[in-house]
Write a protein of this length. Sequence first.
Length: 122
Amino acid sequence: MKYIGKIRNLPPGKTYGFIQNQADGKDYFFHSSELRGIWHVLRVGDDVQFELGEKDGRVQANCVEVMVANVKGRAPRLVGPYAGPDFGLSDQERARSLNEVARWKLEAKLDDIRRIFLRSQS
């Protein structure tokens, strides 16, 4: 059965978090390996869809899917020095994530250069 919830907590530097279920208000643990998407764009408060399952005798969230409207055009949240296979990303997802980071950094630098140029013209 699919449930709807919100990301409640994402400890910095970790590859797990907690989802608050809308149906019962309880928090459920999830690992990034259960996320169907890119870990780096996930934020506290994002709406997600998930299933509940049992692992090691504890109920936890499985098959976690981020609701697409939440993350469109959002810069990735950097978890470590790089987005490697230890974050559960495929090579293609990792390359896309790194390219997005590089593009946002370049856009920020270009914005700074434009501001400096416009100030010098005034």
